[in-house]
Design a protein. Structure first.
Length: 328
């Protein structure tokens, strides 16, 4: 695994940088789209929200990939929009490469069509620190036949930590029945090279996400709904499409998605299964990614957990329409 990560980190002209992904992307709203900041639902309008996310990707591999996210967002009527903050940490190779991002976001709410249609515009500023434990890397010039890794390496040792700014932006339009959102991440394409290589930048990531809420019963006492949704994401030569749905019935939530990736080759990546529940202002979800690509024997699964707590915010003078979908 160390040799593999060496190639990724130090010979990045071959490997392409890519942002971490979450299967439960709506359980991390500030990460998915800055315009979602302040979009939490309450009985009479706006709500505050704290979301926690954890992903363990391909735990069957040595030196797995783990991601942690914690975010807060809230609609504030007096400023006409929402505020949010997020901390996101990604650990690759059991601590070999660690990336931590701290960000703040503001979203502006624009009512349209006499309060039946709404738009939000979001802008996010971030600072990222990326660090590497060079002493844990192994190189070919360290090998002594029959003895293993013995010699000190002659490879040039880079700086062990770099910090850079970043900016993201988003837009979302929604009514009580549908939504459509766009987001652009890494707008300035910051340099992420430990060797100060000006050609190594974090490429822009573009996201389109959409969906709807379909009530399954005409009875006002039956809260069962179906929420089909889709996400399309492109980052340089990597493209991903998620298609699936949420089903809500009382406190229970379930979901099923199919993830397709497009790179040099088209690849059916994974089937994502979700089970969760809601109790008062608390939500919890667990999802399992079942790999269906040709690499399933080596990377059979990934696990993800999310938890959200929200609270009601007193309504303000400006009209506000909560975003009812999706629930997670």
């Amino acid at each position: 695994m160390s040799c593999c990560l060496t190639a990724i980190v130090f010979y990045s002209n071959v490997a392409k940088a890519q942002d971490p992904e979450l299967s439960q992307y709506y359980a991390a709203p500030v990460y998915t789209n800055p315009a979602l900041a302040g979009s939490a639902v309450c009985n009479y309008g706006a709500a505050g929200r704290v979301a926690l996310n954890y992903r363990n990707q391909w735990p069957g591999l040595p030196g797995t990939f783990r991601s942690f996210a914690a975010s807060w967002d809230q609609h504030i009527p007096s400023i006409g929009g929402g505020l949010g903050a997020m901390v996101f940490t990604d650990i690759a190779g059991s601590g070999l490469l660690t990336t931590t991002t701290i960000s703040g976001v503001y979203s502006y709410l624009l009512p349209l069509n006499r309060g039946r249609l709404f738009m939000r515009f979001g802008l996010q500023g971030a600072v990222t620190n990326k660090s590497i434990n060079f002493n844990r890397l192994k190189f070919g010039d360290q090998i002594v036949p029959t003895q293993g890794f013995v010699n000190p390496t002659q490879e040039q040792q880079p700086q062990s930590s770099i910090t850079y700014p970043n900016f993201n932006a988003g837009w979302i339009m929604y009514s009580s029945k549908f939504y459509l959102g766009l987001a652009a991440h890494n707008i300035i394409e910051p340099n992420w090279s430990f060797y100060q290589n000006p050609q190594e930048v974090l490429p822009r990531r573009y996201t389109v996400h959409t969906g709807a809420v379909i009530k399954l019963s005409k009875s006002r006492y039956d809260d069962a709904t179906l929420s089909p949704n889709a996400l399309f994401m492109k980052q340089r030569n990597f493209t991903q499409l998620n298609l699936g749905f949420y089903a809500n019935k009382g406190p229970l939530v379930s979901g099923l998605w199919f993830r397709q990736t497009f790179g040099q080759y088209k690849n059916s990546d994974a089937i994502i299964m979700l089970i969760g529940f809601r109790k008062n202002r608390f939500k919890f979800g667990y999802s399992y990614d079942f790999t269906v690509s040709d690499g399933r024997s080596a990377i059979p699964s990934s696990h993800e957990v999310s938890a959200t707590i929200d609270w009601c915010v007193p309504p303000g003078q400006k009209p506000f329409k909560p975003l009812h979908c999706p629930e997670f």
